[in-house]
Ligand binder design. Structure first.
Ligand SMILES: Nc1nc2c(c(=O)[nH]1)N[C@H]1C(S)=C(S)[C@@H](COP(=O)(O)OP(=O)(O)OC[C@H]3O[C@@H](n4cnc5c(N)ncnc54)[C@H](O)[C@@H]3O)O[C@H]1N2
Ligand code: MOO
Length: 404
């Protein structure tokens, strides 16, 4: 690896700050609301209508004038019916009741709805057993949820199924959102076999690409171009060059350390990507490299599977979220008591695969960077800075929740 790549190792915090400082929003696009799940609004959405847009009954029962009910047991003649979907405007005369159903328009003049469990129906009359009946009872008012013309959802909102339901309910069809990134994924390593190929001595089944594609899918990112490069400089340069044409973010796995066959760093230099940092004072994932070129981001992830995935969650995922307009870019962080003692004496901060259970966090067995069994069972990562290298049972530790 050439001298200029051997920059000083950065700390975890410095690396994260550099990612924040080097990410720009991707362009926006207009999308059908129903296709915008997992994207971020690039505009304030003003409510085109009030919700509800007419007075609605929230119960099956009888619409009345509440002041008619001066004592319990008053009987009112049933003068009409309002059912959900009814479009004509109806008017209720004082001293009468309307049969009404949930979601139906409350007739003009009616001031309350009495649920049918509080009534007795006999000979075309309804006896109201409730007293007093408060004005507005069981009536959803116009604009009670939201008034027309106000901000329904602000720019920067992450679109969830709840957001889609809310906007759909006010007739919104299209929204402006930040585009999802296109990802180029470079897999390097002469030892790698595809599933189905016979296992021979010295070879392993390639697993990082499936793992990273799955992680991207959890972020609703599916536009992924995968290339494989042999462990030589020319094919690594060729693959990175091709992946840089159409993609916004290029991820490489493997070949980023100092071995004679680790070409990713040099190849990135050859294509004039500017190294932002190389090597982070962390375990696992020390040789992580972050570079950029004309707005495109390059992450060279260490080949060890657990290192790759830790670096994805701690650095790549936040970068992907930042460029797509998300404010909550980093994994959700909380402090929890450790269920078991743990200590280390290395000179790097540690990320531990962990399980949050019953209000505590368990560091899992098998933290080596080649081992994925612990990751397969984990729902969180414990972050231990070097200043907290001895953890006693019950000590509070920083926990990063994995997305599920
Ligand atoms: N002399 C030194 N050697 C190493 C250092 C160091 O500082 N000095 N750092 C070690 C650390 S820490 C890591 S992490 C690894 C990173 O190595 P590379 O990124 O160059 O990755 P490779 O050598 O290509 O592979 C490492 C390991 O992972 C397996 N691998 C790679 N790709 C895949 C894949 N797609 N699917 C499954 N497994 C994969 C590969 O077979 C190796 O076992 O370097 C240390 N060495
Ligand atoms: O930093 Mo490496 O990821 O420990 O094995």
């Amino acid at each position: 690896m050439s001298a200029s790549l051997l920059t000083n190792m950065v700390t975890v915090n410095e690396a994260k700050q550099k990612i924040i400082a080097n990410t720009l929003f991707l362009p926006t696009e207009r999308r059908q609301l129903r296709d915008a799940l997992g994207q971020v609004l690039a505009e304030d959405i003003l409510s085109p209508i009030s919700l509800p847009s007419f007075r609605q009954s929230s119960m099956d029962g009888y619409a009345i004038v509440h002041s008619d009910i001066t004592f319990g047991g008053i009987a009112l003649p049933i003068a009409g019916e309002s059912k959900a979907g009814q479009t004509g405007i109806q008017t209720l005369a004082p001293g009468t009741a309307f049969r009404i159903f949930t979601g139906a328009p409350v007739p003009d003049g009616a001031t309350a709805v009495v649920m049918q469990e509080h009534t007795i129906l006999e000979n075309g009359h309804v006896t109201i057993q409730e007293f007093p009946v408060n004005e507005g009872k069981n009536v959803r008012n116009i604009g009670q949820q939201i008034q027309a013309g106000v901000v329904a959802l602000p720019k920067g909102t992450y679109i969830t199924p709840g957001s889609i339901g809310f906007l759909q309910g006010m007739g919104v069809e299209n929204v402006s959102v930040y585009r999802k990134p296109k990802i180029g994924l470079l897999v390097t390593g002469d030892e790698l076999l595809k599933t189905g190929e016979p296992l021979v001595h010295g070879k392993i089944y390639e697993s990082n690409s499936a793992m990273l594609i799955a992680a991207l899918k959890q972020e609703h990112i599916t536009d992924i171009e995968v290339r494989y490069a042999a462990d030589d400089l020319d094919s690594t340069i060729a693959a990175l060059t091709e992946l840089s044409v159409d993609n916004d973010v290029i991820l490489a796995t493997g070949g980023v350390s100092v071995g004679d066959y680790d070409f990713v760093g040099v190849a990135l230099q050859s294509i004039q990507a500017e190294t932002v940092f190389y090597k982070v004072r962390q375990k696992p994932g020390k040789p992580l490299l972050f570079a950029k070129k004309r707005g495109k981001l390059f992450f060279a992830l260490p080949g060890n599977p657990a290192s790759s995935l830790v670096c994805y969650y701690e650095y790549v995922l936040p970068a992907l979220r930042l460029i797509t307009g998300r404010r909550d870019a980093f994994l959700k962080t909380l402090k929890l008591p450790a269920k078991y003692a743990y200590s280390f004496n290395g000179e790097r901060d540690e990320f531990l695969k962990a399980l949050v259970e019953g209000g505590a966090v368990i560091p899992l067995d098998g933290q080596e960077s080649f081992a994925l069994r612990s990751f397969a069972l984990a729902n969180a990562i414990i972050y231990l800075p070097m200043t907290q290298n001895v953890v006693a049972e019950g000590d509070l530790v920083e926990v990063h929740l994995l997305p599920f």
